[in-house]
Write a protein that binds this ligand. Structure first.
Ligand SMILES: NC(=O)c1ccc[n+]([C@@H]2O[C@H](COP(=O)([O-])OP(=O)(O)OC[C@H]3O[C@@H](n4cnc5c(N)ncnc54)[C@H](OP(=O)(O)O)[C@@H]3O)[C@@H](O)[C@H]2O)c1
Length: 263
């Protein structure tokens, strides 16, 4: 049965749209989800997906209890200022990376402000969403975001770390997935079968790792002298894992610099 929670999005780009679709898949009525995007093509897209579309950011507040700010970090200030007066008493959740809670609170003194850090799997209700600040932990907000996946209340420093290790990670995992896919195609497996098998493997391993350790999963597959240990040995011989860890560490250091410069 569909349910009405009045949520709106300022920004209907990749993440705003993924969240709105996730909410509707979880059973929220599309007509209760309101969208404003400054791009007319994004507004049209929202309309054709069945969401209510309005022509100004301030108008969004008329139709919502929760306003989600889903614009690029550089656009947050302008976006927030455009509806600040209308957002008195509303819950405003910024999903922008890099923009500190304090800055958004200063721009919205009359609203109850949160940061959330989702990842793109919210579209299929399998996301991970970090919520902050813990001091304003709200069961209501928690129940809303739980519709999109797993949630965790964290301090802002942890939310910033999860911007890399949860929000960015689907893109990196997709690249790793692609390496398996390319190899499977080279071996002669049909594309559709390879993609179906591999996506099921990635999903299944994720589920197993919720309760088992990495070594438990690995040791349950390896046979002495078998094919799996050969593949794992090659990964170490070619430095694949070490290089991946270094790539992640280097990218994280660059991200930390962006954070400290407030970019
Ligand atoms: N994509 C992800 O996986 C992901 C994950 C976690 C968090 N986030 C965060 O989510 C936010 C949005 O990311 P995204 O990838 O969805 O970006 P996006 O695809 O560029 O979408 C942002 C949309 O907002 C519009 N916009 C810009 N300024 C606006 C304003 N003042 N009022 C209304 N709409 C405005 C943009 O229009 P223009 O194109 O004309 O500027 C665009 O259509 C970012 O802050 C990002 O850090 C993204």
């Amino acid at each position: 049965m569909s349910k009405c929670i009045r949520i709106s999005f300022i920004g209907f780009g990749r993440m705003g749209k993924a969240m709105a679709i996730g909410f509707s898949k979880a059973g929220l009525e599309k007509s209760c989800i309101t969208v404003y995007d400054k791009l007319s093509s994004a507004r049209k897209d929202a309309e054709s997906n069945g969401f209510r579309v309005v022509e100004t950011a301030a108008e969004v507040c008329k139709y919502s209890e929760i306003v989600i700010v889903a614009v690029k970090p550089r656009d947050v200030e302008e976006a927030v200022k455009s509806f600040a007066n209308a957002a008195e008493g509303k819950i405003v959740v910024s999903i922008a990376a890099l923009v500190p809670l304090k800055k958004i609170e200063e721009l919205l003194p009359k609203s109850v402000v949160y940061r959330a850090m989702p990842n793109i799997a919210v579209e299929v209700n399998e996301g991970f969403i970090a919520l902050s600040p813990q001091s304003r932990r709200s069961e209501y907000l928690e129940s809303v975001f739980r519709l999109l996946g797993e949630i965790e209340w964290v301090d802002e420093e942890t939310l910033n770390m999860l911007t890399f290790y949860s929000a960015s990670t689907p893109a990196i995992v997709a690249e790793i997935f692609d390496a398996f896919l390319l190899s499977a195609l080279k071996a002669g497996l049909q594309y559709n079968i390879a993609k179906k098998a591999l996506s099921t493997v990635f999903k299944g391993v994720g589920a197993l790792l919720e309760t088992k350790s990495v070594s438990e999963v690995r040791d349950a597959v390896i046979t002495p002298k078998g094919v799996t240990i050969k593949a794992i040995e090659k990964m170490y011989v070619y430095g694949a894992k070490q290089r991946l860890v270094k790539a992640l560490n280097d990218a994280y250091s660059e991200y930390e610099q962006m954070l400290s410069q407030g970019k």
